[in-house]
Design a protein around this ligand. Structure first.
Ligand SMILES: Cc1cc2nc3c(=O)[nH]c(=O)nc-3n(C[C@H](O)[C@H](O)[C@H](O)COP(=O)(O)OP(=O)(O)OC[C@H]3O[C@@H](n4cnc5c(N)ncnc54)[C@H](O)[C@@H]3O)c2cc1C
Length: 398
């Protein structure tokens, strides 16, 4: 069954985001074949700027599977996290008794590291291959896709399908209950993100609650900054000059000290709506969803990528047992194992969003309630412990 329009593998992976690429890597190191089908071009995937804050568990996973060499060299560890409100900044420690901490390392670099490793091993990633349909999910799955270069329909036959194709992917729609078991919360604002060739300033980082709207100052490396401004959902990026963006960041981070952001050329801009989404139907027949295909967390908790890593660990173990040991003991538990990490993480990300943003028509009472929440996380022993544990993330239980 092997010609140019029809190929076969053990696991067909849809999507070359962090979830699909990491899954392929873990499977490879456990002697399981896979093919990754990715709708976008290689250059597009390598250039996509997104998350950047890694939990210790994500760092450990990347190192464990041989994708940690550059990460160990270039990442920036975090001892603490800064929360700023009412014009004052507060430092919240985020290292726990076991030395677990947060690490800054851009998602684009993780994706590049995983792609280069796979290519060096001569393993397939089919770029510009858009999956249209999946058949035979209860028997022998076939993934039908179209390659953009010529529009010809091709088929990937496989034993199992991993739907790692993000929120707008094709795989979730193949689960009959997916719509009925999906839950969505849309926030009435968006994040305007910039990537700038400007060294991050240590004194200005973390989250600022401001009456002008929330702001985030973060790093992607010692020379590149990633910052965000809360904006209206229909915000037009063309309405702000680069100088106005920097001025607005300085205003929202103003704590009276006179310290300003380091400015530099802005090399990327994007706007993302804030939403929370969970699809509780994550498995059907031989199809398993992982990552953003089954959940979206508002970025305030920096959890999207980390949650995807947790899903992939469970999926990799499920597939290894199925393929290597003919053991389906995790299939029936797949949904439960994912959901018990997804909902608490979504809850934390939504709590952060609700404490930090200015909502339309927000009253002074509500603002004071937000200050109280932030103060509890920053300045009480129980609040600090809760904040630290939530930021460090849930343990992997498999
Ligand atoms: C604009 C933006 C900014 C973000 N910022 C942050 C942040 O600051 N912090 C944070 O923690 N998280 C952030 N996230 C979330 C984080 O990036 C995601 O949680 C993470 O990318 C999830 O990885 P994934 O592999 O599950 O999905 P994705 O990275 O979305 O990968 C899915 C892949 O599937 C491909 N695909 C989709 N449909 C098809 C199809 N039909 N056929 C073939 N391939 C397909 C896509 O092209 C994509 O490459 C952000 C997300 C977005 C969209």
């Amino acid at each position: 069954m092997q010609n140019s329009n029809s190929t076969k593998t053990q696991v067909g992976i849809i999507g070359a985001g962090p979830a699909g690429l990491l899954l392929a890597r873990i499977l490879q190191l456990n002697g399981i074949e896979s093919v990754i089908l990715e709708r976008r071009s290689r250059a597009y995937v390598l250039d996509r700027v997104r998350a950047g804050v890694l939990e210790q568990g994500s760092v450990d996973t990347l190192i464990q599977y041989g994708a940690g060499e550059r990460l160990l060299r270039e990442s920036l560890p975090h001892e603490s996290f800064q929360l700023r409100w009412d014009g004052r900044s507060h430092e919240v420690p985020v290292v726990d008794a076991d030395g677990r901490r947060l690490t800054t390392y851009g998602q684009a670099k993780i994706v590049e590291d995983l792609i280069l490793l796979r290519e060096a091993d001569g393993l397939p990633i089919v770029f510009e291959a858009e999956v249209k349909h999946i058949e035979g999910l209860h028997d022998q799955p076939s993934i039908i896709y179209v390659q953009n270069e010529n529009g010809v329909k091709k088929t990937l036959h496989c034993d199992y399908v991993a739907g790692c194709d993000g929120f707008l992917g094709a795989s979730r729609a193949h689960i009959p209950d997916a719509d009925k078991k999906s839950f969505l919360k849309e926030y009435p604002f968006a994040w305007f993100g910039i990537l700038a060739e400007a060294p991050p300033k240590d004194e200005i980082r973390g989250f600022a609650h401001s009456r002008r709207g929330m702001a985030v100052a973060s790093a992607r490396s010692s020379t590149v900054s990633r910052h965000y401004l809360q904006v209206d959902p229909d915000f037009d990026m063309g309405t702000m000059t680069d100088e106005q963006i920097w001025d607005e960041l300085d205003r929202r981070f103003d704590d009276g000290s006179g310290i300003k952001m380091n400015r530099g050329p802005i090399i990327e801009k994007s706007v993302a709506r804030l939403r929370g989404f969970v699809c509780e139907a994550v498995q059907y027949g031989k199809l398993f969803l992982a990552g953003d295909a089954c959940h979206i967390v508002p970025p305030s908790g920096a959890k999207g990528l980390n949650l995807a890593v947790g899903d992939v660990r469970v999926l990799a173990e499920t597939l290894q047992r199925l393929i290597k040991k003919n053991d389906d003991s995790l299939v029936g538990r797949y949904t439960e194992l994912l959901l018990r990490r997804i909902w608490p993480t979504v809850h934390w990300s939504c709590s952060m969003s609700e404490a930090l943003h200015m909502f339309p028509g927000q009253t002074e009472f509500e603002t004071r309630m937000q200050y109280n929440m932030l103060n509890s996380w920053a300045n009480t022993a129980t609040g600090q412990a809760y904040f630290r544990n939530a930021m460090l993330g849930l343990p992997f239980e498999i």
